[in-house]
Design a protein around this ligand. Structure first.
Ligand code: DGJ
Length: 690
């Protein structure tokens, strides 16, 4: 059950999720103060939560941390969530409570500034089937104001003797690097200034008291649903409190709101888990499946993508040859990647000219699409609608359509520039050709790529330049939303040079994310582990590619590559033309095995194990175990399985051996791993007489 209750006498709002509770209240000055985020409380208990502020310790101190949105008014010295400059020179918002609305699991608490006709709504939403608390903020003004910062929400966690911060960092081909570090006293900024959520930091975080483990201990976490620049500032005060505030945009961006305007931030959700990092992740997976992904319950197809096989050489002949082999191994969706259009024969030209390259596709795309359909697969296509090469007809016709600043060079990254989708004419152009392309060819799947960061983000002659950082992203969202509405069968994979745009915002209008351009199965284990902290397996696109891996030159067995990729939405990306007949047969058997376990992996509950992962769905349990390079003498401990029925008997579907649930959870399962480096195993268990 979830519910929202208001206790008028104490001015307390109590939000309950199925197993957690979030409480805020109003203090004597109408300030919305944070009171509790953690285990369940009754309303009777919640109204007794202390909210009095101790007097400042000195004339250099201010209010204690712990407000629902930190403004600049009065003695507040924490990083502000809301920085507003009024035309009369006044800064900050002095809260005056206007009332609230409660609508099922939704709560909106309304405020205005004490002096100006300027309103702030704090929004909360809880669901009956998710432990996430969703929060966002709306501003409304009747005077022109400058917004210097408008975060979605500020979050507070209880006072603990110390704090540990978990977050993900990385770079291109090294996304989702999990870091778990002591939280420094002071301010820690997690941010992207790249116009994308970025490979370098992912917009989520977890805090614990330093004592949580994978399965035990309290964890507080947050994830921002935004695909552009963002900033989260985590504060650990010398007096021992921890809070974070976060939202869209990086430091230094400002924009004006005109009288009558309303501004709504993205959603910043929070999850409290009493059962460790794994418990936090499982709650996020459930939330993403139930309230973020547009089509959560549809099995993700096994796809084949020829990018690593042909690079910029895509042409009708090689795509048809690869399609035949993809069908042979069991692919259900054939995706043609880059270089099918315009003069795109390398990354130097053609982006923006979205018609089939006549030399490579003399009869257009129809013959290839017909062949893919004849082979029994759906057809998908790569696009990069936000970008242009200067060497393109589009750029020659519209050099003013890109982000640029007068007198500054237009910095090229991957030989391309960013189209300013904040401009309505550019957004209309992008929507028009995509709508036509998808409609005319009945395209089932788009891989929507975005291969560079923003620079010189200006819009000469345009309104309020910094807004383009926000409006560009909103425009991407709106084009995707319109395409999905007009083509209900269309599925979209989010990609930004691999996983540079992995976040809850893009996931709410796409079906999966291309996790990384690094397809080395050994490296992927860590990348996927980082991904799984927040995002579910069904949204994690994972390909099996060639050995040696084109990026790292590492050699790994085909089964290892499969077993790692089978932990997500399986795809194949190798050059099948160079695979032996035996390898193709082995691949076909492994694809068939994946189709068998697909519901368990994609729709089940995930437990990260020491060197593998367990997925549980109904009476089925799937364990994927991977061992990297072998160190002589290093013991291989059995994998202790989780959350089984201790009294249940589990039959190994491949060997017929029967295990007791209690034994699998205490002594563990010793997977039968072949000798040598990069050994792996798939174990399929089914509970008998469930
Ligand atoms: C970056 C993507 O991550 C790759 O998979 C591929 O689509 C290339 N772009 C194509 O340019």
């Amino acid at each position: 059950m979830s519910s929202v209750t208001f206790d008028a006498a104490s001015r307390t709002y109590v939000l309950r999720t199925p197993s957690t509770c979030y409480v805020l209240g109003l203090d004597d000055g109408d300030v919305p103060v944070h009171l509790h985020w953690g285990p369940e409380l009754t309303v009777e208990q919640a109204v007794t939560l202390p909210r009095e502020q101790a007097p400042p310790a000195s004339s250099f101190d201010g209010r204690r941390a712990g407000e629902e949105l930190v403004t600049e008014a009065g003695a507040r010295f924490d990083p502000p969530s809301l920085q507003i400059a009024f035309p009369d020179g006044v800064r900050g918002v002095d809260w005056r409570h206007l009332g609230h609305t409660i609508d099922g699991g939704g709560l909106t608490v309304r405020f205005r500034d004490a002096l100006h006709p300027f309103e702030v709504d704090l929004h909360y939403r809880v669901h009956p089937d998710s432990d996430a608390v969703e929060r966002w903020t709306t501003l409304r003004t009747e005077v022109p104001v400058t917004v210097l910062r408008c975060d979605s929400a500020a979050w507070s966690v209880p006072a603990l003797p110390g704090y540990r911060l978990s977050h993900a960092v990385g770079g291109w081909s090294a996304e989702n690097g999990l870091r778990r570090v002591e939280l420094a006293v002071g301010e820690t900024v997690l941010t992207s200034r790249r116009g994308l959520s970025s490979h370098h930091a992912n917009p989520w975080l977890m805090l614990d008291g330093g004592d949580a483990t994978e399965e035990h201990g309290e964890v507080w976490s947050g994830a921002l649903a935004w695909s552009g620049s963002w900033r989260v500032t985590v504060t650990h005060t010398p007096s021992g409190h921890a809070t974070w505030t976060g939202g869209a945009g990086h430091e230094g961006l400002t924009w004006r709101l005109e009288p009558g305007e309303e501004w709504t931030t993205p959603v910043f959700s929070g999850v409290y888990a009493p059962d460790g990092f794994g418990g936090a992740s499982r709650r996020w997976h459930e939330h993403v499946a139930r309230h973020v992904l547009p089509v959560p319950d549809e099995p993700r197809p096994v796809l084949y993508n020829a990018w690593e096989a042909v690079g910029f050489e895509a042409a009708e002949d090689n795509q048809k040859e690869l399609a035949a082999l993809a069908a042979r191994v069991g692919a259900e969706l054939f995706v043609m990647d880059d270089a099918w259009f315009g003069g795109r024969t390398s990354d130097r030209a053609g982006l923006g000219d979205w018609w089939p390259n006549p030399a490579r596709f003399p009869q257009g795309l129809t013959p290839l699409i017909d062949e893919v359909h004849r082979l029994g697969m759906r057809f998908g296509l790569w696009v990069e609608p936000e970008m242009v090469n200067p060497d393109s007809d589009l750029y020659r016709a519209h050099p003013d359509w890109v982000l640029h600043m007068p007198g500054r060079p237009r910095t090229l990254l991957r030989n391309q520039l960013v189209l300013n989708l904040a401009r309505q004419d550019v957004a209309d152009w992008a929507h028009k050709w995509l709508h036509k392309l998808v409609g005319e060819h009945g395209i089932d799947f788009l891989k929507w790529d975005c291969n560079r960061a923003f620079t010189e983000a200006g819009w000469p002659g345009g309104p309020d330049q910094d807004r383009l950082w926000i409006e560009h992203v909103r425009s991407v969202y709106s084009i995707m939303d319109r395409l999905r509405a007009d083509h209900p069968h269309l599925r979209i994979e989010a990609c930004a040079g691999g996983g540079g745009r992995t976040d809850l915002g893009i996931m709410s209008r796409t079906d999966q994310v291309w996790t990384s351009d690094n397809t080395d199965a050994h490296d992927r284990i860590a990348i996927q582990r980082g991904f799984s902290q927040i995002y579910p397996a069904r949204a994690m696109a994972a390909w099996v590619t060639d050995s040696p891996n084109p990026l790292t030159r590492r050699r790994t067995p085909l089964a290892f590559r499969f077993h790692v990729a089978m932990a997500g939405a399986l795809g194949l990306g190798g050059n099948l033309l160079e695979w032996s007949s035996a390898e193709l047969d082995e691949a076909a058997a492994l694809v068939a095995a994946y189709k068998d376990i697909r519901p368990v992996v994609q729709f089940g509950t995930q437990h990260r194990l020491e060197y593998g992962v367990q997925h549980t769905f109904g009476d089925r349990v799937v364990v994927l175990a991977w061992r990297g390079p072998v160190a002589h003498g290093a013991p291989l401990v059995p994998l202790r399985l989780r959350a089984l029925d201790p009294l249940g008997r589990y039959r190994d579907e491949d060997t017929g051996r029967v295990h007791h649930g209690a034994v699998l959870m205490s002594s563990g399962l010793a997977p039968d791993l072949p000798r040598g480096d990069y050994a792996s195993a798939l174990v399929r268990l089914r509970k008998e007489n469930p």
